[in-house]
Structure formats: C-alpha cells, structure tokens
Write a protein that binds this ligand. Structure first.
Ligand SMILES: [Zn+2]
Length: 228
C-alpha cells in the first residue's frame, strides 16, 4: 500500500495527514502556525511531516498545500497574503529536512485536485472550478483533466479579483479584493467595526470577546471553523 503525507498550511494552523492511495486519511496531527515567523512556519511543517513519517515508515512522499502563491516549478513560495513568506525555497528545504520527495502547491489548487480525484467532482468529465472560503478566499481550476497553474503558477486566485474599486486594502497589496469582503477575516473585521459603532446591538458578541471589540479570539481557520 502506497502512503503519502499531506500537510495543509494555513494562516492559523499546520495540519498533517497520512493518506493512502484511495484518499483515506489514516492519521493526522496539527500545530498552530507561527504566521509572523517564516522560519518558524517552515520548521513547523517539517515537524508535522517528520512526526507522521516516523509513525508510518512506509510513507514515500510529502505534499504541501500552502495558502500562498507558488512558482510554476513548484519549488518556491513567491508570496503569501496571510503568512510572512517572501521567496521562500520551501520544497527543497522540506525535502532535505524530512528526507522524502516533496511536492509544493497552492492550498486551493490541491483542494480542487483532491475534489476532482476523490471528492465531489470525481464524476466530472474533465473540468471543474473550486472556491475555498476561510481565513481568505482561494480558487482552483481543473481544465481538461489537469490542474491549471497558469504561466506563473498562480492562476485561479479568485479571492484577489477586485470587487470594490478603491476598496479595503488587501494583504496582496491591492485594493478591494473579494477576499476583503467575503472571507473569515472580512467577517471578523465587519463584526469588530459593528461592535464599536453599535455596542448595544453587539452585546452578545462583546460578551464573547471579553468586552473588547478588538477581542483576543483568533479568526476562523481556512475551512471556516473557529480558531482555538
Ligand atoms: Zn488581494
């Protein structure tokens, strides 16, 4: 039986899983993402993968899905709107540190590929579009049976389509991206602003946040579940 390790790297957590060739998850683990610390995030990924590799010595490869823009060869994180990575040579680092061949891909792209191969789109003829809504908004496109990466490896970034001209600043450097209006982070921002403006209407929310509109709770993770 061929086993591989998948590692999901989001703005709030790094989640690992051992997966068989049918897509069944046999074991999993997770750590919080030290999102402000690129080296710490990198080492957390290594820790998560290495722990599972020790537990399942028959594992043959590691796949990383990161909330980030990955270059076309799949070696380097070019940029991550919600993580501190800039031009991070992540694939080769993990390959060396864990001692297993490693594949690096955008998280929404791998989610799209997983749905195409094993999930809701497994009966689709040859093409599908996936939109992921969580901390941010991601997109993945499968065309003619292949993951569509585009010329620079960052095709399908649907969350960064400008939806409000001159709108709210986005982590990607542009203004008014869809992600700034319809993601988990956007909901948190709207809730905080509303609680400041009309505290009486947000009594329950403020109570949950210890009376502070800024709160100390984490935003939901990339699948929309509340952070711990
Ligand atoms: Zn953006």
């Amino acid at each position: 039986m061929t086993l591989t390790i998948g590692v999901d790297v989001g703005g709030t957590k790094v989640a690992g899983g051992v997966v068989d060739e049918h897509g069944t998850v046999l074991a999993s683990n997770r750590r919080d993402t030290p999102a402000e610390d690129p080296a710490g995030t990198r080492d957390t990924i290594v820790e998560v993968a290495a722990e599972l590799a020790r537990e399942f010595p028959q594992v043959t490869a590691v796949g990383i899905g990161a909330a980030a823009w990955i270059d076309a060869p799949g070696a380097t994180v070019l940029f991550a709107p919600n993580l501190a990575w800039r031009d991070e040579p992540l694939r080769d680092y993990v390959t060396k540190a864990v001692g297993l061949p490693t594949v690096l891909e955008n998280d929404a792209n791998v989610a799209a590929w997983a749905e195409f191969r094993y999930g809701v789109a497994r009966h689709a003829d040859d093409s599908m579009l996936m939109i992921t809504v969580g901390t941010g908004i991601g997109g993945g496109i499968v065309l003619n049976g292949k993951l569509w990466r585009g010329a620079n490896g960052i095709a399908g970034e649907l969350g960064h389509i400008q939806s409000v001209p001159d709108g709210h600043p986005c982590g990607c450097g542009r203004l008014g991206c869809l992600e700034q209006y319809a993601s988990g982070n956007a909901l948190v921002r709207f809730a905080r602003a509303g609680a400041r403006q009309e505290p009486e209407r947000a009594a329950k929310l403020l109570e949950l946040a210890g009376g502070r509109p800024a709160g100390d709770r984490r935003p939901p993770d990339h699948r929309g579940r509340p952070g711990r």
